[in-house]
Ligand binder design. Sequence first.
Ligand code: PLP
Ligand code: COI
Length: 340
Amino acid sequence: MEKKNIDWANLGFKYIETDKRYVSYCKDGTWDDGAMVDDANVSINESAGVLQYSQTCFEGLKAYTTVDGRVVTFRPDLNAQRMYETAERLLMPPFPIERFIDALDQLVQANLAYVPPYGTGATLYIRPFLFGSGPVIGVAPAPEYTFRMFSTPVGPYFKGGVRPLKLQISSYDRAAPRGTGHIKAGLNYAMSLYPGYDAKQKGFDENMYLDASTRTFVEETGGANFIFVTKDNKVVTPKSNTILPSITRRSLMYVAKEYLHLETEEREVPVSELSEFVEGGLCGTAAVLSPIGSITTENGVITMPSGMEKMGPITQKLYDTLTGIQMGRIEAPKGWIHTI
Ligand code: PLP
Ligand code: COI
């Protein structure tokens, strides 16, 4: 397969149009057969549910070139499942799980020339999305829906690659109790734009959000979950029903336990405990595992003992093992790697 002439090693996390995308339409509750198309633009009615009432959701996953030259995706069944559940919460017709996997295979196959070669540090980011494309004017679910999936080659999510990040505890909340924090609704991201701007203006890389009801527990960032390491090498991740159940986080916790033989805990993490951790990281498809350098709180700055120069040792092991599994250097648990 001849690859596109792209400077893979210097890609950022930006949209680059690729050749083909997948589209399927739903009318009267029935999905059509779906097809690969060339047009990257979407034409919809001015009163489409997505435009008026933000009836939209998305997913994010990646295709990797492995050390032995295969092209694979990582646990795509979990993205399909999460999108299914998100759709139900937004009263959209869920896209069937097996069809999601089939669309993904077709999409990656059609854009193989854009899958970054092994060893470049880049990957093909895949963005499935589902939105109300039929017109509504009263607040109601749209009468028609569009499911699309496109791909774009990406490098690191944070500028400067893997480096310890400066976080602030946001004075804004991300998700309401009993709201939509646990699903991947577009509206969650629209409302995080202003807090994200606030963080950047103040010189931070990202926000750390707290639970909205008590503001005493750590939740997540706008686009990644957290993991922390205790002094006695336990890997801890916040438990909350208002955060997105990250597939990367679930995978890292498994890796910590089964590959690195570390103790793991999914539990509430009080803000007051932050100063006791020795390492921390943001985990997600885009963020992979990005180390935390410091956290600015109301009561001062907490600098992680792992410092502002490099990842802590446990974070590094988790990162190496997870990316090793994704790139085929380390044997994967059954069902994690889907070869295209
Ligand atoms: N949390 C939020 C709010 C996200 O948008 C994402 C990205 O998908 C994640 C966490 C990480 O989830 P995953 O590891 O499944 O990509
Ligand atoms: C991802 O990690 O895939 C995300 O969706 C996070 C962000 C880019 C919104």
